[in-house]
Design a protein around this ligand. Structure first.
Ligand SMILES: Cc1ncc(COP(=O)(O)O)c(C=O)c1O
Length: 451
């Protein structure tokens, strides 16, 4: 039966972000069940889910409170359209999200994944300018190494050529400014001497084209998929202030950072910035079901609020927009925040994690260790001094992934970037165990290809 699953998988499934040929003669990791931080395969072997199942699991797998919320909802209403109809979980979750986010945010628009959360913000911004007498504002600015999803709109504003290069011909034109990538500073300076010179290209771009720009989109404090680039809060503050100065919208993509991962409920709480759109997904349901929210201001909402014949409706929606089961999971997750206070727990855990990660700086192939909240990142290099990267074809990340599995760890490096993206429920014991196993993988020269 177990063997059969492997065969059927290869026969019928095409996996995301996966070169299927890698599995020609290798089994996929067939997960059977999960509990807390652990995943168990069909052979009964356990693995630490160190990347929170693509950055979404918050309170661990199989949490009773979230599960109960979903089960209760399943007995009442599993799905209904959200156009012209509504339901309790969608309403109550929207109320809670508005209470949790900054005061100026007042309206929740649901969808069902992170890409659509951002795509909706992009479309709303464009349509807002059309409704408010500035239809020439059609330009968008994204950051190099930014990632906002895999739809055409979000790819058009993203900056990860490795992911989206094949689709260039499909994408619309948009502006790109350098990533505030401190380890490889675009301005050639160092963290010690930095005065956020890398904001200059954005300043210049806005000075020249500001009146034609609708919005700037960015991930606050960490560009995740683009290389786990943790950048100074001052960059975010300056970018937000430039957006305000030029009256363009600021879209903050908190799909990955939302719900505690950075140490605060939302990454934008680390700074005094006010986004016009806040995009949430992944952790919104603690990772249990697909849901997303694009949260915006009353000013934007009012620009669409008109008599029907004025044709100002926002024509966008997905079948599973605000699905009752997913919204119930969201409420269940927020109940865990209330009852167990994981944010208080991680204020003690984060310094411990960061300290435990410091030893990795000793390794000759670890060029940089950067950390934010429950996220710890190591950038592997061939040479610390020159910061020369491993080449694409060396597949260093793949090798580490395979070695991680042997140690009972799901590490899923992004190329040369090895990272932990831990759930809020991680304990000191988990961190000891994970960092020890990761050390075994990373300190072994044979595991680092080409070294
Ligand atoms: C910051 C950010 N935005 C958007 C997305 C896209 O989310 P999804 O994969 O749910 O479409 C991701 C996914 O990793 C992300 O990290």
């Amino acid at each position: 039966m177990k063997k059969n699953l492997q065969e059927l998988d290869k026969k019928y499934l095409w996996h995301p972000y996966t070169q299927m040929k890698d599995y020609e003669e290798r089994d996929l990791l067939m997960i059977d069940r999960a509990e807390g931080m652990m995943l168990y395969d069909t052979e009964g072997k356990s693995y630490y889910d160190t990347i929170s199942s693509w950055w979404c699991i918050l309170h661990g797998h199989n949490h009773p409170t979230v599960k109960t919320a979903i089960k209760k909802q399943l007995d009442r209403l599993e799905q209904v359209l959200l156009a012209g109809t509504s339901h309790e979980p969608a309403v109550l979750l929207a109320e809670k999200l508005i209470q949790l986010t900054k005061k100026h945010l007042t309206k929740v628009f649901y969808s069902d994944n992170g890409s659509t959360a951002c795509e909706i913000a992009i479309k709303m911004s464009l349509q807002y300018w059309r409704h408010t007498g500035e239809p020439e504002r059609t330009g968008f600015i994204g950051l190099e190494r930014g990632y906002h999803g895999d739809t055409i709109g979000t790819m058009s504003l993203g900056g990860v050529p490795g992911f989206h290069g094949a689709f260039t011909n499909l994408l619309f034109d948009s502006h790109r400014v350098p990533s505030p990538y401190c380890y490889r500073c675009p301005m050639g300076t160092t963290r010690e001497h930095c005065s956020i010179e890398c904001i200059k290209p954005l300043e210049e771009l806005l000075a020249e084209h500001g009146k034609k720009i609708a919005a700037l989109i960015m991930e606050p404090l960490i560009q995740a998929a683009g290389g786990m680039i943790i950048y100074p809060a001052a960059y975010l503050e300056k970018a937000a202030s430039l957006a305000k100065q030029h009256s363009i919208h600021l879209i903050l993509d908190e799909v990955a950072t939302g719900f505690g991962r950075t140490g605060k409920m939302f990454a934008n709480e680390h700074v005094a910035v006010e986004a016009d759109f806040l995009c949430l997904s992944k952790g919104i349901t603690a990772g249990y079901l697909p849901l997303a929210a694009t949260i915006t201001t009353d000013e934007i909402y009012q620009a669409f609020y008109a008599d029907y014949i004025e044709d100002k409706t926002f024509y966008h929606g997905h079948t599973f927009t605000g699905n009752p089961l997913a919204a119930a999971a969201g409420l269940g997750s927020l109940q865990v925040f209330d009852e167990e206070d994981p944010l208080a727990h991680i204020t003690k855990i984060i310094p411990y994690l960061h300290e435990r990660m410091e030893r990795f700086t000793e390794l000759p192939w670890v060029g940089d260790v950067r950390q934010l909240g429950m996220i710890s990142v190591m950038e592997l290099v061939k040479d610390k001094k020159s910061k020369e990267s491993f080449r694409f074809e060396e597949r260093v990340g793949w090798k580490i992934y395979l070695q991680g599995l042997k140690q009972g760890l799901i590490l899923r490096p992004l190329g040369n970037i090895v990272y932990l993206w831990l759930p809020l429920c991680a304990t000191r014991e988990d961190i000891d165990e994970i960092t020890e196993r990761a050390w075994r993988v990373l300190s072994n020269k044979d595991n680092i290809s080409g070294f």
